[in-house]
Design a protein around this ligand. Structure first.
Ligand SMILES: Nc1ncnc2c1ncn2[C@@H]1O[C@H](COP(=O)(O)OP(=O)(O)OP(=O)(O)O)[C@@H](O)[C@H]1O
Length: 452
């Protein structure tokens, strides 16, 4: 366990010295401050586990220090040290939020007991938080967090269809958890012990995606040095998750339809087919029905994929899940980046979260939390650690910026360029052709938007 660090605030030099020496012997690290103002300065520089603070001091006294420390969001227990005549103030300090007080002159054991008690209370608080979040985690569903009516309905629909081989189409904005839902469908059904294989159809150029999905035989194309099983074969007995299925190029849409109809795949270059038992789950953030009407997506394939559909609500439509989600994402993130698991979100940050529109949904929330956690010094995520939450979707303010055709046009260009590059596997010449602009213009825009 890490060595607890204590801040000692007292105007008497000899007492500061005595306490530091004594606490060091007891296994505590300490810093000292000669008054309330210096104490507040120290609080801004590092995180303390406990604070020992004298009440009567010239300048900023103990009570004033306590008040300002709590305003700053300090969560370490503050133990007041009282001399003769300040007991009433000590009691008032406890009402203000101090953890305990101890009367001077005190014996070594007395101070150690108070600290141990405070330590135990902190441990219990932490344990309580952990257990609570475990319970809340269990209230979710296969890693999906949320108990809003929309999410409960979603869990119900997932459990109904999980055990069947029915193809499922998951629709939802980017970052709403489509991949998590696909995994939940797999984990909740009887294919759970078989493979779950995921592929992003928008991330690979057409020929590569084809050989990824269906495999190839040796010599099928340059570079095909051996036979290779495709993802359909790898997922045999399990689930194949086709993410961004709306990005699939039309020639592949035909081939996918055939596999779904026949339950057989033919490796690229092969003369025979193999039968596979694969449950296909696909996802899209596009309006596929509209794409069908516009002729961008095959209607017959759409019907095949969309036998059962799951629509994921955007985060702004289930804000009642936000506090729980934010807490759990914070815990997960703290573990991932090696920060204290006692990290918390300040109430004013939560209020700010509740008024944001979250165009990037849970993924955006996850990113904001991670960035804040990196930026904040203590265990508390406060407004000052928060990155700017803005973007085109701000809820309450119809800002002038949001009405700018120029900005919206740029955002659209960036999105189209990204998608074109994803589709061509980064091939700029090909991407420029799809975008119907010159190669030079594309290079210029990549530079301008910092997309290189
Ligand atoms: N309900 C949820 N509970 C917990 N975490 C979630 C939830 N929804 C999404 N997440 C988290 O948000 C991130 C984005 O989720 P996911 O990748 O599943 O979204 P997506 O809809 O597939 O996004 P995209 O369309 O951009 O690929 C993931 O890290 C995921 O763990």
């Amino acid at each position: 366990m890490k060595q607890p660090r204590i801040l000692i605030i007292d105007d008497e030099e000899s007492l500061r010295h005595m306490l530091s020496v004594m606490l060091r012997r007891q296994g505590y690290a300490s810093d000292t401050a000669a008054g309330g103002a210096e104490g507040l300065e120290k609080l801004g520089q590092r995180v303390y586990d406990f604070i020992l603070c004298d009440i009567r001091m010239p300048g900023t006294d103990g009570r004033e220090f306590l008040r300002r420390a709590l305003e700053q969001g300090v969560t370490a227990p503050v133990i007041m040290m009282t001399a003769y005549g300040t007991v009433d103030t000590a009691v008032a300090c406890m009402r203000d939020g101090a953890y305990d007080f101890i009367s001077k002159p005190f014996k070594r054991d007395e101070i150690v007991i108070v600290l141990k008690k405070a330590e135990e209370r902190e441990r219990l608080k932490e344990e309580n938080r952990r257990l609570r979040s475990q319970v809340q985690e269990q209230c979710g569903f296969h890693g999906l967090v949320g108990r809003s009516p929309a999410m409960l309905d979603l869990y119900d629909r997932i459990s109904r269809v999980a055990g069947l081989k029915t193809t499922v189409l998951i629709q939802g904005e980017s970052g709403t958890g489509k991949e998590l839902v696909a995994r939940a469908l797999h984990a909740d059904g009887d294919r759970a012990d078989r493979p779950f294989v995921a592929v992003n159809c928008g991330a690979l150029p057409e020929n590569l995606l084809e050989s990824e999905l269906f495999g190839h035989v040796r010599g099928a194309f340059t570079g095909a040095v051996g036979d290779k099983a495709g993802l359909f074969e790898q997922a045999d007995g399990g689930t194949l998750f086709l993410d961004e299925v709306g990005e699939m190029p039309p020639p592949l849409q035909v081939k996918l339809l055939r596999v779904l109809q026949e339950g057989e795949v033919r490796r690229v270059g092969a003369t025979t087919s193999r039968s596979v038992d694969v449950r296909v789950v696909s996802a899209t953030s596009r309006d596929l029905a509209a794409d069908c009407t516009a002729g961008r997506f095959r209607e017959d394939l759409f019907f095949r994929l969309n036998v059962f559909s799951l629509a994921l609500p955007p985060l702004r439509e289930r804000l009642d899940d936000l506090p729980l989600l934010a807490e759990q994402l914070l815990q997960r993130c703290a573990v991932r980046i090696g920060r204290s698991s006692s990290s918390r979100i300040a109430p004013e940050v939560m209020r700010r979260f509740m008024s944001h529109n979250w165009p990037g949904n849970v993924r955006e929330l996850e990113n904001v939390i991670e960035r804040s956690l990196v930026m904040c010094d203590g265990d508390q995520v406060t407004l000052s650690c928060l990155p700017a939450l803005g973007g085109p979707g701000e809820r309450h303010e119809e800002t002038e910026e949001n009405l700018s055709i120029k900005r919206a046009g740029q955002a659209m260009e960036i999105s189209l360029i990204r998608r074109a590059l994803a589709r061509t596997g980064g091939n700029r010449t090909h991407a420029a052709r799809i975008l119907e602009i010159s190669h030079r213009a594309l290079l210029y825009k990549l530079k301008e938007y910092g997309l290189e």
